[in-house]
Design a protein around this ligand. Structure first.
Ligand SMILES: C[S@@+](CC[C@H](N)C(=O)[O-])C[C@H]1O[C@@H](n2cnc3c(N)ncnc32)[C@H](O)[C@@H]1O
Length: 308
């Protein structure tokens, strides 16, 4: 029989292999090329990090955000779990001439405690709806470990906040004439495919230096803002990488939009209320959210439709 410890180790290894937490090196190319993402982090880091600051990066990947912090004059501990990326980051930090400023550490960010108190923590494990990647768990664990070593005064977190929203959508799910209900990702820019059938509804807000919720959901009515066939829910997550209260400025970065089909599309009329339910845990799979979605027309609306 396997010991409890080896079972725990095995499930830990399996979990770190799940796509989303395991991000292969060739995906990092896309992240490096994503100018909207890079610009938000570059500007936020430049606004917050000052010479002489001490910074931790959790989930450093290729080391690019650690490099940006070091370029502002910070001493950085860059923590990465994937050994291949650790090698890539060490080599790149060296070849960019920042090895005296950035130490790349091969460790699990949920266990890591810096050798001294730090001013800021950068963590980009952000996925739409806070699914798939363990941003919430990693920052929570870091805060617990940090407090137990250094007391209650926490560093500043970048991102500072994430706002989770959704809206009702008519989406064709038609690809080369073939209709199939699959999850769809969209660039976070206006005028994407789909007819918006409701305003954005906010169902969660995470402030990273406060207590971080691990469970998100919605169980309420949503009013259709126009008539159409309700066939999907679009999830939109906006991250505020840094908030400058003095200048009244923020550095936002929206994740890609996620469109999840609903099992049985329904016709809705403008002004009609639709009962929407869903519930999931931070860091879980897309399926865990999509399987929880329930859509019901309210009794009042159905009666009106039958009478018509
Ligand atoms: C979305 S990538 C971001 C990489 C890099 N910070 C950037 O912005 O380009 C998230 C990174 O976190 C790493 N990661 C995920 N979970 C981790 C953990 N528990 N401990 C350390 N690294 C982790 C992944 O291997 C991946 O490199």
């Amino acid at each position: 029989m396997q010991s409890k410890q080896s079972l725990q180790q095995e499930s830990h290894v399996q979990e770190s292999n799940i796509l989303g937490q395991f991000i292969p090196i060739h995906y990092h190319y896309n992240m490096l090329l994503d100018e909207q993402r890079m610009e938000a982090f570059r500007n936020a880091i430049q606004a917050v990090i000052r010479p002489g600051m001490r910074v931790v990066e959790l989930g450093g990947g290729t080391g690019v955000l650690s490099f940006l912090a070091a370029r502002c004059g910070a001493k950085v501990w860059c923590v990465e779990r994937n050994s291949e990326l650790v090698e890539v980051a060490r080599k790149a930090i060296r070849s960019n001439g920042f090895e005296s400023m950035v130490t790349v550490i091969h460790d699990d960010a949920t266990d890591f405690i810096p050798p001294e108190p730090v001013d800021a923590v950068i963590c980009e494990m952000l996925h739409v709806a806070l699914l798939r990647e363990k941003q919430a768990q990693v920052i929570s664990a870091f805060k617990d470990n940090y407090r137990s070593r250094f007391g209650d005064r926490l560093p500043r977190f970048l991102p500072e906040a994430s706002v989770l929203t959704f809206q009702l959508l008519e989406y064709p799910f038609l690809f080369s004439g073939y209709q199939v209900q699959v999850p769809v990702f969209q660039q976070p820019t206006p005028n994407q495919v789909g007819i918006e059938l409701s305003e954005l509804q906010t169902y969660g807000q995470v402030i990273y230096d406060e207590s971080i919720p691990m469970q998100f959901g919605w169980s309420d009515k949503v009013t259709a803002s126009q008539s159409g066939q309700l066939s999907a829910i679009r999830f939109i997550t906006q991250n505020l990488i840094a908030i400058d209260t003095q200048k009244q400025l923020s550095y936002p970065w929206p994740n890609q939009f996620l469109i999840l089909p609903i099992d049985e599309p329904i016709l809705v009329e403008e002004g009609q209320e639709v009962a929407i339910d869903f519930c999931y845990r931070a860091g879980e799979s897309l399926n865990s959210l999509s399987e929880s979605i329930q859509v019901n027309q309210s009794a009042r609306s159905v009666r009106r439709r039958i009478a018509a």
